[in-house]
Design a protein around this ligand. Sequence first.
Ligand SMILES: [Zn+2]
Length: 155
Amino acid sequence: MENELKVNPSGVSGGTGGAREYMILTHADYENGIKEGKLLGLRCLTCNKITCPPTPVCQWCGSMNLERTELGREGELITFTVIRVPPEGFEDDVPYIPCLVRTREGPCIVGRLDYDAERATQELLGKQVKLNGSYTRGDKFSGGLRTCPVFSVTE
Ligand SMILES: [Zn+2]
C-alpha cells in the first residue's frame, strides 16, 4: 500500500523527535561528568570520531548520528597561559593556568592546569596530562556556575 511507504529523504533516522531525545549529551551532563571524574563525549556513528565537549552535531563531519561515550582521562598539553591579571571575579584565583589538552581520542578540551605557576614554562608543552579534578566557578557575566576539568602533569 502506497500510503504506508515512509520516505526519509534527509537520511536522518526516524523517531518521535524532540529536543531532549536529540541532544543525548547536554553541556550540563558534560559538566556533571567532570565533577564525577569522567570525560563524557559523543561517538559519531558515521565517521567514528569523538566529539567533546558535546555539540549537537559531530565536530568532524557534521553528522547527527551520535551516541554517548566516555573518554579516557589522559591527553597531551597543547598550550597554556598563566593568568596574573585576572578577569573580574577571579581575583582570588591568581595566578592560575588555563590550558588546552588534546585527548587521546582527538578532541581538544579547555581546562585548568594544576601546576606551580612560577615554574610553568614552554617546556611543559607536549607533556602528558591526566584529568585529576574539577573547578566550578561563577562570574557576573556568564550567569551561573560553570565547571571545567583540571589536569595535572603525569611525566
Ligand atoms: Zn562524524
